[in-house]
Design a protein around this ligand. Structure first.
Ligand code: NDP
Ligand code: 2IT
Length: 451
């Protein structure tokens, strides 16, 4: 591809893409909170909805860096500071070629309500870049992170805005970003979470999102008086941070997670996916899942190009519980139909907005338990909040302490969401419960602080 075509394609992706995911997220929330808006006129009197859907600040910047051949590379950098009514802006950074302002607005908007549900005093934000860490050397990733932070450091800080990881941003990237923050500001403070332990990172932050997802599913099954996950076949998509620790916790609880996926295809292992092998393949070797078969010859790897039309491989496998943990809109209506006809009982979103609106409606119509991301994957940002507490008090909590607080947080969120849904006349509708409960707290704070 010529540099001109490549540049045009990149500009199209980062500037001309519609904000469709943002509209999708906003629409779902606004349609859900109607019972609350009708019950209490104060939200309309204070124009809360109009105020909530516009980010406080949208920062976009150029990131120039030198690759290993000493050639100049340029990417777009973003930070969308959406709402700080409940505390400092908080939310991850995503490094992926598909990143544009629209996707980050959807993620930032969702983050406001998710963070509200955690009970920790944090607002909502998201950021990232169209930089692709895939195929880059450690040194290139380090140079990119330094250039990215050379601009971002001006807008963040322990009490202002505290970024963390998301797709393409894990321990390595956070380490480099934190090192760069320190060198630009001379400040050692909790300006990022998910830090390596020696920089004040929290034990259990790495595991928190995935473990929290499984704790949430277990609580939901308990509330709805269904059987536990023990001995149940589960399907998981993705093979990154969230998917790996979802699989690990499922296995600890005696469930059998039989799938995982990446951008090249999916693995089916009837004996249960080996999460330790995934850590080696994805965190150390950074390679395709196809390599899983080199260790487990009985496992089946299906390439993405061999998926049946309109069907995302993983969801064709029969299961009791499904955990979409890769990316937005990865579980479509046809996937939902497949899952339902194969007897799925519960769908728990590990990724942000992985289920399309049509698929969500179908699950709800068929009475399948459906746990929306902003409730089910809130464990990651909750433990980020615990990391901020530890940094502020220069304290270190034990694994047991963080894990028991995480478990309790997920229990409280599930109770809050379920009770809110029932209170507003939508028993078992966790989408409505999560949106109303999350919205109400932020909206009340916005009214209290005035304009
Ligand atoms: P990772 O980068 O660790 O893993 C992402 C996984 O999803 C990889 O397996 C990747 O495949 C796959 N993937 C990403 N984009 C695509 C795509 N467009 N098509 C197909 N596969 C894709 O990210 P995380 O595990 O951290 O994040 C996964 C999801 O969870 C995201 O929606 C994120 O927003 C959400 N989330 C993350 C939290 C966290 O703490 N990290 C907290 C809450 C939510 P490949 O390996 O081939 O790139
Ligand atoms: O989507 C998310 O909640 C995250 N990527 C984690 C955010 C955080 O600040 O820990």
């Amino acid at each position: 591809m010529s540099i001109i075509t490549e540049t045009i394609e990149r500009i199209k992706l980062s500037n001309c893409a519609t904000d469709s995911t943002f509209f999708q997220a906003v629409r779902e929330v606004l349609e859900s909170i109607n019972p609350l808006i009708e019950a209490d006129p104060k939200y309309q009197e204070n124009s809360i909805i109009k105020r909530l859907v516009v980010p406080d600040r949208q920062i976009q910047f150029k990131v120039s860096w030198l690759d290993d051949k000493n050639e100049i590379q340029v990417n777009n950098g973003y930070r969308i500071q959406f709402n700080n009514a409940l505390g400092p802006y908080k939310g991850g950074l995503r490094f992926h070629p598909s990143v544009n302002a629209g996707i980050l607005k959807f993620l930032g908007f969702e983050q406001i309500l998710k963070n509200s549900l955690t009970g920790v005093a944090i607002g909502g934000a998201k950021g990232g870049s169209d930089f692709d860490p895939k195929g880059k050397s450690d040194r290139e990733v380090m140079k990119f992170c330094r250039s990215f932070m050379e601009e971002l450091y001006k807008y963040i800080g322990a009490t202002v805005d505290v970024p963390a990881g998301d797709i393409g941003v894990g321990a390595r990237e956070i380490g480099y970003l934190y090192g760069a923050y320190k060198s630009f500001t001379s400040k050692s403070e909790g300006s990022l979470t998910g830090k390596p332990l020696f920089f004040g990172g929290s034990l259990m932050r790495t595991e928190a999102t995935g473990y929290g997802v499984v704790y949430f599913a277990s609580e939901m099954l308990k509330i709805e008086k269904k059987s536990t996950l023990e001995n149940k076949i589960c399907t998981v998509s993705g093979s990154g941070n969230v998917a790996i620790y979802t699989i690990e916790k499922l296995r600890q609880l005696g469930a059998i997670p039989v799938t995982c996926s990446d951008s090249t295809g999916f693995v089916y292992d009837k004996n249960g996916i080996d999460s330790e092998l995934l850590k080696v393949l994805k965190f150390q070797k950074r390679t395709s899942l196809e390599e899983y078969k080199k260790t487990y010859h009985h496992a089946v790897f299906t390439k993405i190009e061999d998926y049946q039309e309109d069907s995302h491989g993983v969801w064709s496998i029969p299961c009791f519980a499904a955990f979409p943990c890769a990316t937005q809109n990865e579980l479509t209506e046809i996937d939902a139909q497949n899952l339902i006809s194969n007897g799925v009982q519960i769908v728990t979103e590990g990724a942000n907005m992985p289920t399309t609106p049509e698929a969500t409606v179908l699950f709800q119509k068929e009475g399948i338990l459906f746990a929306p991301a902003k409730a089910a994957n809130a464990g990651g940002v909750a433990v980020s909040g615990f990391e901020m507490s530890q940094n502020a008090s220069m304290d270190t909590w034990t694994t047991e302490h963080v894990d028991s607080k995480l478990k309790e947080t997920m229990r409280q969120i599930s109770q809050n969401v379920s009770q809110t849904a029932s209170f507003y006349g939508h028993d078992k509708n966790y989408v409505i419960g999560a949106n109303i409960a999350g919205f109400k707290k932020v909206a009340d704070a916005m009214i209290a602080e005035g304009i």
